[in-house]
Each structure stands twice: as C-alpha cells, then as structure tokens.
Design a binder for this molecule. Structure first.
Ligand SMILES: C[S@@+](CC[C@H](N)C(=O)[O-])C[C@H]1O[C@@H](n2cnc3c(N)ncnc32)[C@H](O)[C@@H]1O
Length: 360
C-alpha cells in the first residue's frame, strides 16, 4: 500500500522555523530583511542558533576554520598594534561575531608562545549571541561594553551575515522585495517605490542597514586603537556597478552555493557582500583614519604568511598542511577575495599589511 510521503513544511526547510515565519506573516507579506533575520537568527530555530554551521562538517568555511595560521597572522598584527601603542596593559582584543571562538583560540595560542609581555597584557572579549565558544581564556560578553583605553576590534565575516533589505530597480525607482507564503512555499511580493541615492537603475541590489551603525559602535569601543574587518565586499561603486544586475546574495548549504534563500530555510547560510564605503564612512565619522580595503591575500602575503610555511620544512606533514592552508587563505577565487579594511585612532602609521606597496 502506498503511503502519503509528502514531507509538508520539511520540504522548505526546518518545519518549526517555517511555521514560525508563516505565523508571523499572518497571511500577509514581510520585508525580505525580516525574512532573512528570522531564517538566520530566530530565537529558537534560526540557522546560527545551532553550533557546527562553520567547518568541514557544516555548510561553509571561514578563514579561522581553515587553519590556525590565519589567527597567528592576526595575532602578530595585534602585537604590532600593541607595540605602536606603547605596550599598554591591559590591551583589549574585542571580537564581535566570534562564532565558536576559533580565531580567538588561535590568537591566544600564538600569544602564549611569546615571552614579551604581550600575552599577559591581553584581555580577550568576544561577543556572540549564538552558540558561543568555550575557550576559558576568552570573556564571552554581551554588548553594550564600556570603551577601553587601548585595544583592537577584530571581525571576521560579521557584516556579511547581517540581514539586508532587498531591492529591484524599476523605471520609477527601487522597489523593495517582500516575502509571503503561498500555501506551499515562500514567494516574493513587491512593495512600494522608494528613493536611494546612487542606487542601481537595473536589476537587484541589497542594502545592509545595520552595517553603518554597528561599525560606528565598534569604533567607539576603543579610545586609542584600531578596528580590523575581514569581509566579502566591495566599495560602493563596484558593489553597485551597472553590470552587477543580480546583486550579491548567496546561500551556502553543505559547501555548495545557491541563490535561493527560500529553500533549506533555517538550514542554510544566507550572506551578501558588504558595502565597504559605508564601513569606511562610519569609521571616519568616529574620527578614525581608514586604510584599505586590500584583498586578504595581499594582506596575508604582506604580513609574511609564506614564512610560516617555510618554517615547517623539517616536518613534511606539517609543511604540506600549512602550504595547503596558505593556498586556501589566499585563493583568488575563494577566501583570498575577502577584503581587509583597517581603521585607527591615535595609532601611528598605516597598520601592517596596509602600507603603500613600495614601503613593504
Ligand atoms: C559568518 S559567521 C562568522 C563566525 C566567525 N567570525 C568565523 O569567522 O568563523 C557570522 C557570525 O556573526 C554572528 N553575529 C551576527 N550578528 C551579530 C551581532 N549583531 N553581534 C554579534 N554577533 C553576531 C553570528 O551569530 C555568526 O556566529
């Protein structure tokens, strides 16, 4: 006897999340931004509520998940900043969106290996609302945090995980995309026409409303110090270039990308490229000097990452592991495309990795 095998809501994603979103829609439509917020951050069933999303067993890889070498390089960068600030103690390293703390652990391990007072000076503070890590050397804190006298703020793929407003250009101006439930699946609806300065006149594009205020608040965390951001993104003129007619929204499910946020709802990552001009303007608004953006590959090469590969020559297994990691971290078609942007207040000179080419 054949049975009714229709999986119902499970065909669309996590059924409990799908039901919660449909209930919130109450027969109407919600802005795409709210849909993305619920898909990623619903208090119970959102994608990021569950640990293990990042890494070989998850859906995608970030630089800290590739190898601790990334964190060692960032650790050396933080130490250079600490020296430029006159070796203050305490020296805060603040990491919003730290995930399960892979970058924190690599930075702290690297610092443990030094005998120059750097490790003793560090106060490592991480913000992560979802499935945070457990490294006991890290203070897992909840914002707001009081500004520190000296420190650095580091983010890796934080801004590209923020919910975005989605627009479609029309002859009358940008039209906002909404999402509704048609009884079987999520489908798009169109809102009213709006006005956005310099917006594309063709195709789709995204606006990330939280990026600017969050960048400003991160700059406000350090009185003397720097902010170092790693994220997929472009300056606005490239992000909204006339030829980019499909926007930058991408989803990741089991290490395969797709452009459909209405499938695997709550079980796949949704991400967009960041408007780096907005981050730069936010930092400047807080009185910071901005450096970059540069490609992550350029940043890591300028810091001397290949030296860490050569240093492992006597241990072939380690040597090949590091060589492979270097390739992945600087891959022009992958993580090497991530951009690094730095901003400093009261710290001398361009930070390491951001010097003009001739000066390196
Ligand atoms: C793409 S993951 C990157 C995680 C980690 N930085 C890494 O590189 O592996 C984005 C992280 O940012 C966190 N996140 C998103 N919005 C946040 C916010 N407003 N404050 C703190 N963390 C946030 C998410 O929960 C998620 O863990």
């Amino acid at each position: 006897m054949a049975l009714d095998l229709d999986p119902g809501l499970t065909a669309v994603g996590n059924p409990r999340l799908v039901r919660a979103i449909v209930e919130e829609m109450a027969g109407g439509a919600i802005p795409f931004e709210r849909f993305m917020e619920l898909a990623l951050y619903h208090p119970e069933f959102g994608y990021y509520r569950k640990p293990g999303r990042i890494g070989p067993q998850g859906d995608f890889l970030t630089s800290p998940a590739i190898s601790p070498m990334f964190g060692w390089a960032v650790g050396a960068w933080c130490r250079d900043q600490w020296e430029r600030m006159g070796r203050p103690s305490p020296f805060a390293i603040i990491e919003p969106g730290a995930g399960q703390g892979m970058l924190a652990t690599a930075i702290l391990d690297w610092a443990e290996g030094r005998a120059d007072g750097f490790r003793e000076a560090i106060r490592y503070v991480a913000f992560e609302a979802n499935a945070p890590g457990s490294d006991p050397r890290v203070e897992w804190a909840t914002p707001p945090m009081k500004p520190v006298a000296h420190g650095v703020v580091i983010t890796n793929e934080l801004f590209d995980a923020f919910p975005v407003r989605l627009f479609e250009a029309s002859a009358r101006g940008p039209v906002e995309i909404y999402v509704r439930w048609d009884g079987e699946r999520f489908v798009e609806a169109r809102g009213g026409v709006t006005t956005i300065d310099n917006a594309p006149v063709e195709g789709r594009f995204e606006v990330n409303p939280r990026a600017y205020p969050v960048m400003r608040s991160l700059c406000g965390l350090v009185e003397t110090g720097s902010v170092l951001v790693f994220d997929y993104g472009y300056p606005q003129d490239e992000l909204w270039a006339p030829w980019r007619t499909t926007g930058t929204l991408l989803c990741f499910y089991r290490h395969t990308s797709n452009e459909d946020p209405y499938q695997h709802v709550g079980e796949q990552d949704i991400t967009t490229h960041v408007n780096l001009s907005e981050l730069a303007a936010a930092a400047e608004g807080e009185g910071f000097e901005v450096f970059g953006p540069v490609k992550q590959s350029e940043f890591l090469f300028a810091l001397g990452l290949p030296g860490l590969v050569e240093a492992a020559r006597s241990d072939l297994q380690e040597y090949f592991a590091r060589r492979r990691a270097l390739e992945q971290l600087t891959d022009g078609a992958g993580l090497g495309r991530v951009r690094a942007l730095a901003a400093s207040r009261n710290v001398a000179g361009p930070p390491a990795g951001f010097e003009p080419e001739g000066a390196r």
